[in-house]
Design a protein around this ligand. Structure first.
Ligand code: PEP
Length: 247
């Protein structure tokens, strides 16, 4: 199964659902539709209405983040995995670099993963190195640490997906070379296999994915799908990515 996950970030109002309606119509007609899953993470404000609208349809709604506590608490503006699940989200991103930059530590992320899984949300755990770490050839060490400090073998592996998103690539149009990316994804899968003492969960790539460079990425068989930011806000761009992946 391949995954095409759209991360809307701080984008969207109720009528933006038209973008997803077009993607849903494409999906229903696509001869390849059984081979992949489409998940979109709109902002918190839209999760409930979009989840209701797409109930029993093909697009799955997720959240971009969740708080590191269960149920209810006295943390102003926080939204717990329990609350996200109660309005219909099926997935949540955890550890997106935007949130790491704003202060999410590995300890916090561990709690987020734990409580998300406890509330039956599937987790898309994001990892990735910054530009300096890449320049200093620290990429593989950074990724190993990000995985080992958050994931462990007692977690429900089948409900976890890992998204490799080099920070220097997000929203910049820059992408890793195929050789580099293949080596990195193989490394991540090896670390995950050791962590879970069984087959690695799906590993996605994210960072400036578009309808053109997806033709390069599709040659790397280890990539199980994509986390797509900018291009997921346009139905045409998102559909082009899927079309060109299977062309
Ligand atoms: C992201 O924000 O997760 C992302 C991959 O963004 P973009 O596709 O715009 O680089």
């Amino acid at each position: 199964m391949k995954y095409f996950i759209g991360n809307w970030k701080m984008f969207g109002v109720p009528k933006s659902i038209n973008i997803l309606n077009k993607i849903n119509s494409f999906y229903l007609k696509d001869k390849n539709c059984k081979k992949y899953r489409v998940i979109v993470t709109p902002p918190y404000t839209l999760i409930e209405s979009y989840s209701k609208h797409f109930k029993n349809k093909k697009i799955i709604i997720g959240s971009q983040n969740c708080y590191q506590k269960d149920h209810f608490s006295s943390n102003t503006s926080a939204v717990s995995p329990f609350m996200i699940k109660s309005v219909g989200a099926q997935y949540t991103l955890v550890g997106h670099s935007d949130n790491r930059i704003e202060g999410d530590t590995n300890h916090m992320l561990k709690n987020k993963v734990h409580f998300a899984l406890k509330n039956n949300l599937k987790v898309v755990f994001c990892i990735g190195e910054n530009k300096k770490e890449k320049q200093n050839k620290k990429t593989l060490n950074v990724l190993t640490r990000q995985i080992s400090q958050v994931l462990d073998k007692n977690l429900k592996k089948n409900n976890i997906i890992v998204a490799y998103e080099p920070i220097w690539s997000i929203g910049t149009g820059k992408i890793p070379s195929s050789m580099e990316l293949e080596k990195t994804i193989i490394h991540i899968k090896k670390v995950l296999k050791t962590t879970f003492k069984s087959k690695s969960p799906a590993v996605l790539y994210g960072g400036s994915v578009d309808g053109s460079n997806v033709k390069i990425f599709k040659k790397i068989k280890e990539i199980d799908g994509f986390l797509i930011g900018g291009a997921s806000k346009s139905s045409k761009k998102f559909i082009d990515i899927i079309k060109n992946y299977y062309r």
